[in-house]
Design a protein around this ligand. Structure first.
Ligand SMILES: [Fe+2]
Length: 211
């Protein structure tokens, strides 16, 4: 009966699919570095699926497996957020570098929140240089119709509930040490903004704010 329950759950379980990204030549970041980084992304997709499968399997005896289930559930946020953070990150390079348009709705929203685009940019870059591994993220809050910056430790610690990511910047060392020195985070952050396709970020904002 328990085995049947597991098979039934597994049959209806959705799995996450690894996305492919069309990333052009980038300033500062080599093709090899991006290829290696994409392998890490693939690991987050694989482990998100694996954890859900293991949870379904072990849930056939929740009492006996409570400790294992608790730990797997705790780690799910790390794998899932690692997957999603990277999907926003890699897609922001697709199509090549494009500036934010002067009549952009996102630009207006940033200006009304921080006074000027540069004020926001300086704040965001400073967040990205936070000591430790994690992410700088610009979110849109549909409840208050505002943009918010955040620092996320690792992949999952510090996400803002119910908010939609608009821009994610990976500042784990694996994202830049292949091409920059470990002390080269600042140059990597600068190059990230040179490489960014703002039309992708604008589309993220439009999608988030029109829900
Ligand atoms: Fe990464």
């Amino acid at each position: 009966m328990l085995n049947y329950h597991y098979k039934l759950v597994k049959t209806f379980m959705k799995t996450f699919t690894e996305k492919s990204f069309s990333i052009p030549a980038l300033k500062g970041l080599s093709e090899k570095s991006i290829a290696e980084h994409l392998k890490l992304y693939a690991g987050y997709v694989k482990n998100s699926n694996l954890i859900l499968e293991k949870i379904a399997e072990l849930s056939t005896d929740s009492e006996k497996n409570s400790y294992l289930l608790g730990e797997l559930q705790r780690r799910f946020g790390f794998e899932f957020d690692g997957m999603r953070n990277h999907e926003y990150y890699f897609s922001s390079f697709e199509g090549g570098a494009k500036a934010l348009q002067a009549d952009s709705k996102l630009k207006s929203a940033i200006e009304s929140e921080w006074g000027s685009f540069d004020a926001w940019l300086n704040r965001f870059k400073a967040i990205a240089l936070t000591r430790g591994v994690g992410w700088a993220i610009l979110y849109y809050d549909p409840k208050t119709d505002q943009l918010l910056n955040a620092w996320v430790d690792e992949q999952h610690l510090g996400h803002l509930t119910g908010l939609q990511p608009v821009l994610t910047l990976d500042v784990w060392e694996h994202s830049f040490v292949f091409d920059y020195q470990p002390s080269g985070k600042k140059a990597y952050v600068e190059d990230f903004f040179t490489n960014l396709n703002w039309s992708v970020i604008e589309a993220n904002f439009i999608e988030a704010s029109s829900r």
